[in-house]
Design a protein around this ligand. Sequence first.
Ligand code: BES
Ligand code: MN
Length: 456
Amino acid sequence: METTLKFIEENKERFLEELKDYLRIPSISAKEENKKDMLKCAQFVVSKLKDAGIKKTKIYKTKLHPIVYGEWLGAKGAPTVLIYGHYDVQPPEPLGLWKTPPFEPDIRDGKIYARGANDNKGQNFVHIKSIESQMKTLGKLPVNVKFIIEGEEEVGSESLTEFIKEHKAMLKCDAVLISDTSLYAEGVPTINYGLRGLTYMEVEVQGPNRDLHSGSFGGAIANPINELAKMIAKLHDKNGKVTIPNFYKDVVKISKKEKENIKALKFSDKKFAKEYGVRELQGEKGYSTLERLWVRPTLDCNGIYGGYTGEGAKTVLPAKATAKISMRLVPNQDPQKIAKEFTKYVKAIAPKSVKVNVKQMHGGHPIAFSLDDKAIQAGANAVGKAFDKKTVFTREGGSIPIVVDFKNVLKAPVVLMGLGLDTDDIHSPNEHFNVDSFFKGIYSSVYFMTEFAKAK
Ligand code: BES
Ligand code: MN
């Protein structure tokens, strides 16, 4: 162990330089024009796995983006850890708001800035460097290790969903280890034990058969933007509850113990509001902010468009308006059932003067884990050691849909060892990752393997 820790200490600069190389590849899964970069990035990951001593690697071609697999199974009788991450990133737009270009990593104030710095290249590279540090100092690992680094997380993980079912035997493991979530606060070791699910819908409202003059027709023919806005307003009541029938029907009430755990985190509403530049918070009546974010389902408009949005003014009564609406789900809500209820309700509240078309986009199931699992306990001990503080347990408002497949198909516990911060601006301009968290993550990963080897 000592030699491994010393190796990490001595190689910090090089690890950071290599992370920069990873971040320079514009692996944007949503864009056709970056298809070649996706393969290049998968090859980069393979080369780093090989450098780390993972001799057996393979790039699996899929319908969309390649999946990287790697394994080292030299720890006879020891448990097997499957490490999951994603090498794809979100589109970087709007480009004008980046202080330095998204694919030219820059270190300022102890943070590394680039698209993917946190989500998820910085966080998955931690585990590759942990393996390298152990292999180069000890020639072996305390556990068997398998790697799955995919390229479609940001677009729904469709290929990996199939892949897990098809390669169930190859992926067999005793625990899945994922760093793709957040620390509770800077420097606070955290294990996440829940993720919200997602149902994402598109609502298209069609008015007249063509754009019309808003003077000659306004007041007589329904305006699809007006009608869509009214419909969206009807999706919440005055207490912040979602009005869709049966929306809360399957929601599991949290236990007293969990309520107390959340309360003990002493979340500051004031600090939170200030950080994001709002005067006041809002949400479902009767719940605290963390409860609203972690254990209650929500509905949000993610985008709305229609009519004239260009420069100056144009008087027009548009033919069409569209909204993209997401619902974050909690156990035991079912994304398909919620999509059906949403569609039925939106159609029911639509006036006869417009036609409404509702489409379902990608989604995912919510999940929550028991804290009693040995793997989760080993994770908590490991981060506690690396950050030298008491570990806290949190849930996440965000989603990683593939986690449910790991749990259901592989029947393995999942350790969410989040290392990012909610203030890291993921999916937004100037995404960044604390350099210190990157290194503490490497130590956490090393400690986890030692702890988990003892746990079996
Ligand atoms: N790393 C995030 C999940 C996440 C978000 C963790 C916020 C912690 C805080 C992941 O890459 C992500 O963005 N997931 C998407 C899933 C969607 C594309 C199906 C999400 O939550 O919107
Ligand atoms: Mn993401």
